[in-house]
Design a protein around this ligand. Structure first.
Ligand code: ADP
Length: 496
């Protein structure tokens, strides 16, 4: 089965969040299971810095966007795991410091043009390679228009007659909505600007394009697949998703179990395993002395997160005065919205002994916090899947989570089931409920033999990508089964 992953991020080339982790990891498992899988993404500045490969220039293509005809190049490389990866090189669009916008000025003004160009170029990539995927696996709003181009145009090319599209929603809050006037830039037929198409309250929604025109939709946890069909979580698209529910599945993300393995992790001062947790104590010591906590023996609570409203910082702020009365330390690693950052800085100045703030994006520090903390906090208001709670489980750092989306699917509440419990959950999105859950975790922490049992259970959970990859293959097969039933002999096509 030939699969082309089209996405705006892929780890380690360019990353702002979990999307990059998925696109960096899932293809590796799919390849291991026998798929011919390749990746296509923009050549951002960070990609060039990593690969350094710009010469010799790859295939040159021409991409129409509105009245412009942009010349761009297609470059290729192999990932460290041997997956072919292709880049759209168009420096005018992608040679920038950030992926989608700057922290001070917000989204780039030409994001519509940038991702129309990227979306249109996927077909030319396939033609120039002479490689025709059976499945275009699209991710998030940046690739939503590809589904429309495929459905309204590319599929009439005999080479794609029995191919299909699968669209994965990583976070429905990010929709790529642009003014109606930009519709003309897409060159889609006028009928596509309608309720049945990409029109959304008088504007163009690239995410809606992905939802409407793809053959099958997935999202990154079973619970989130249900939640986005409700008004509380669907961000206006709940009705549409409920209509498509027979073609919508939730597949829990995996984690990179090699990168995130406490037994081999090179970022740690000492490694450890479920059988021998000694190294974890050393990690805590290193982390606490590095951060300068005055009482390093207190239980250490960790948090690693984009500083965004989604992540539950409002709850944290409200309960922090009460939390700081407890004998605990808290470390937060994160970057993002200025308002949240300022609030956190203010809180740090109030509780300098117990609260340490690291305002940077630093993967090595993220590893040390996962290993050195005792308890990990994820009070997200909503969380499509979430990765850090799974890293935490693997590192024996017991998560306290809001029971939503992938957090609910990946953590078993100790208070619900003491035999199977791997963490602590709170069910109402309220500061008191969050604090009560932390208190319950601290109580269990004090009962050392319970705690070690929870840690060992957490560390033995299977969050490997192979499990998720098998579920994705079932989805691809379902789509291709339908395509086999298309009338006519069909062209000589995509070997499916
Ligand atoms: P989201 O995609 O909503 O940001 P996820 O939990 O799915 O949330 O993924 C976040 C990813 O980004 C994780 O791999 C996490 O470790 C990483 N991350 C987030 N903030 C930082 C940071 N400041 N430093 C290092 N890694 C971070």
């Amino acid at each position: 089965m030939k699969i082309l992953f089209c996405a705006s991020e892929a780890s380690p080339y360019a990353k702002t969040g979990g999307l990059a982790d998925v696109v960096g990891s899932l293809p590796v498992s799919l390849a291991r299971l026998g798929c011919d899988v390749r990746i296509f993404m923009p050549l951002y500045r960070s990609v060039r810095e990593r690969t350094g490969t710009t010469e010799p220039p790859g295939r040159v293509i021409s991409i129409p966007v509105g009245l412009h005809e942009y010349r761009a190049a297609l470059l290729e490389d192999l990932t460290a795991e041997g997956i072919p990866i292709y880049f759209l090189e168009k420096d005018e669009f992608f040679d920038r410091s950030y992926l989608y916008g700057t922290p001070t000025h917000g989204d780039y003004e030409d994001n519509a043009e940038r991702f129309i160009a990227f979306s249109r170029s996927a077909q030319q990539l396939c033609s120039s390679l002479g490689w025709y995927p059976s499945i275009f696996h699209l991710h998030d709003w940046q690739t939503g228009l590809m589904a429309a181009y495929f459905q309204l145009n590319w599929r009439y090319d005999p080479k794609f007659y029995r191919s299909g599209t699968v669209f994965t929603i990583h976070n429905i809050a990010y929709q790529g909505v642009f003014p109606a006037a930009l519709f003309r830039l897409t060159h889609l037929p006028p009928a596509a600007f309608s309720m049945q198409g990409i029109e959304y309250w008088g504007q163009c929604s690239f995410l809606k394009s992905g939802l409407v025109y793809s053959d099958y939709l997935t999202t990154v946890s079973p619970r989130y697949a249900m939640e986005i069909q409700t008004a509380d979580f669907g961000y206006g698209l709940e009705g549409l998703l409920a209509e498509h529910r027979d073609n919508l599945s939730g597949i829990l993300n995996g984690i990179d179990t090699e990168e995130w393995d406490p037994a081999t992790d090179k970022a740690l001062p000492a490694t450890y395993s479920a059988d021998d947790l000694d190294g974890k104590r050393k990690c805590k010591q290193t982390l606490c002395s590095g951060l300068g906590f005055s009482k390093p023996d207190y239980p250490l609570l960790g948090m690693i997160s984009r500083l965004a409203a989604q992540k539950g910082f409002d709850l944290l702020e409200k309960m922090l005065p009460d939390l700081m009365k407890l004998p605990i330390n808290l470390v937060i690693l994160g970057t993002g919205e200025a308002a949240i950052q300022e609030n956190l800085e203010q809180m740090q100045s109030l509780y300098p002994d117990q609260l340490k703030l690291l305002l940077k994006f630093d993967e090595a520090v993220a590893h040390l916090i996962e290993a050195g903390s005792d308890i990990f906090l994820m009070p997200s208001r909503y969380e499509p899947c979430g990765l850090n709670q799974m890293y935490s489980l693997r590192y024996g750092t017991i998560p306290v989570v809001h029971a939503t989306g992938g957090l609910d699917d990946s953590v078993v509440d100790f208070l619900d089931d003491a035999q199977r419990g791997t963490g602590f959950k709170f069910y109402r999105y309220e500061p008191k409920a969050f604090l009560a859950s932390i208190r319950a975790a601290l109580e269990a922490y004090e009962a050392k033999e319970h705690w070690t049992a929870i840690q060992r259970r957490a560390m033995s959970q299977d969050f490997s990508w192979d499990r998720s990859a098998r579920e994705y293959i079932r989805v691809y097969e379902k789509v291709l089964e339908r395509k086999k039933k298309l009338p006519g002999r069909g062209p000589d096509i995509a070997d499916v």
